[in-house]
Ligand binder design. Structure first.
Ligand SMILES: Cc1ncc(COP(=O)(O)O)c(C=O)c1O
Ligand SMILES: N[C@@H](CCCC[NH3+])C(=O)O
Length: 454
């Protein structure tokens, strides 16, 4: 049986100074402690409580801009469609939309969030292996840029929905290139054994079928081989090369191919990973797809949003085990599930000014949920953290709040956007009453016993 606890690394963890040096939006201030842009995190915690997600608008803009410049610098005609699954906060989507970003969505909810945040329908891509008829109809009514189809069955479905609406759906075909992205098995999507995309050998016939069906206007090819890709460009290159080869063949047969969707996947450095730079990604796109001269699209999520966010939590208590110190937080796996789900490593910084320089000793950082897997870190060098002390989980701006649950009847945490010296609660903490009020006890179970509340 595999251990549910994080596996130790064989290199030393980066220290606080190293973690801070690589995150320009976070500074350790002598009086205020950890500050995001111009706002002390302790001030947010005092006014909003914890656990709370805090996002830096400046960082979102800076990272979007860096990616934009890399694509422009390579001479690509490229559009960026932020993957809303990484962060679907309306405020975050609004910040990115205002910079010119489109969105990559995978559900009715994400589509409505992107629209509510002001992202024009013409910049929205709908991905995912299981779109319902209702979702397809909504996407078409909204007039989105394209639907990325992932199966022969789905193509027939899109055709019949669009035809009944008297529309021609712009459809791109997502191919499964059977390429190893060399990432965590749970977030690898481009291998033949994964559920995503159409086996690339089937794609030419399916593309021709799309062109012959009513209600479908084939617009291109799409590929996405996985997420948190940090080990070089080989996987990206191999996938894009397949797309290039296939697009050339389709064009050669007189089939319309208007644009190519390169997906997301660019990884970040949570601990000491050395992911490819945006310029390397742009260079690989240019080298493989450039000769076709078609517009390209990118669907990054993590690279833009992860470093922009922290999860602020408070210490409930420190507990001595037989041979270890446990720091028990008010945040848990229901808030940030990545460590439990992927053995993911997140930097954890104390927020108080003196705590960053205080003597540190190993601690296991855990949440209060009744699961051994509710362990954020093992043997992490941390100072004494008395009850009430604040800590910040780094790089929590992607796949953080969006993956939260209410396990153990714990309400969804608050969200805050910091923009220079301004900040605002962008999602209030879910009231416990709302969790309970959302449920219904059938009449036949009898009246509520007197003296209880609900
Ligand atoms: C189709 C698609 N596009 C884009 C993304 C965003 O990926 P990432 O956050 O790794 O950039 C994902 C998630 O992996 C995805 O499935
Ligand atoms: N949820 C994953 C990424 C999955 C990407 C989905 N396409 C993570 O937290 O790393």
């Amino acid at each position: 049986m595999a251990s549910p606890l994080p596996v130790p690394h064989d290199t030393p963890d980066p220290d606080f100074a190293d973690l801070l040096a690589r995150r320009p939006h976070l500074k350790a201030h002598a009086l205020d402690g950890l500050v995001m842009d111009d706002v002390p995190l302790a001030q947010i915690a005092r006014q909003v409580g914890t656990p709370t997600w805090v996002y830096s608008a400046a960082t979102l803009r800076r990272r979007y801009g860096t990616l934009r410049e890399a694509l422009d610098g390579a001479g690509l005609n490229a559009s960026i469609h932020f993957a809303a699954k990484a962060n679907d906060s309306l405020a975050v989507l609004r910040v990115l939309g205002a910079e010119g970003a489109g969105a990559d969505v995978v559900s009715e909810g994400e589509l409505l969030a992107a629209r509510a945040a002001g992202i024009p329908a013409g910049r929205i891509v709908f991905s995912g292996v299981g779109k319902t008829e209702r979702e397809i109809a909504l996407a078409l009514r909204e007039g989105i840029l394209q639907i990325n189809a992932e199966s022969a069955e789905e193509i027939e479905r899109i055709s019949s929905v669009a035809d009944a609406m008297g529309l021609a759906a712009p459809v791109s075909l997502r191919i499964n290139p059977d390429v190893d992205a060399r990432t965590h098995a749970k977030i690898s999507t481009g291998l033949a054994e994964n559920k995503f995309g159409i086996p690339y050998t089937d794609a030419p016939a399916l593309y021709a079928r799309m062109a012959s069906l009513p209600g479908i206007r084939p617009v291109g090819l799409a590929v996405h081989i996985g997420s948190q890709i940090t080990e070089g460009m080989a996987g990206f290159r191999a996938a894009y090369a397949r797309v290039a080869e296939m697009a050339a063949a389709l064009l050669g047969r007189g089939l319309p191919v208007e644009r190519l969707d390169c997906g997301g996947g660019l990884g970040i450095s949570y601990r000491d990973e050395a992911p490819p730079a945006p310029a390397a990604l742009a260079g690989a796109i240019k080298a493989t797809l450039g000769p076709l001269g078609l517009p390209v699209m990118l669907e990054p999520g993590r690279w833009i949003a992860a470093p922009a966010g922290v999860l602020l939590a408070s210490v409930v208590l420190q507990k001595r085990g037989a041979n270890r110190r446990f720091v028990i937080l008010d945040a848990a796996m229901n808030d940030l599930v990545r460590p439990a789900m992927y053995e993911a490593w997140h930097g954890i910084l104390p927020v108080a000014p003196d705590a960053l320089h205080a003597p540190a000793s190993p601690a296991d950082v855990v949440g209060p949920v009744c699961e051994t897997g509710d362990t954020f870190a093992r043997g992490r060098a941390l100072p004494d953290l008395p009850p009430g002390a604040l800590v910040a989980f780094l790089d929590a701006g992607a796949y953080g709040a969006t993956m939260s649950s209410t396990y153990n009847a714990r309400p969804l945490a608050a969200e805050v956007l910091v923009d220079g010296h301004r900040w605002a609660v962008t999602r209030p903490r879910q009231p416990l009453e709302a969790l309970l009020a959302h449920q219904v006890v059938p009449d036949w179970l009898g009246a509520q016993p007197s003296g209880t509340t609900a």
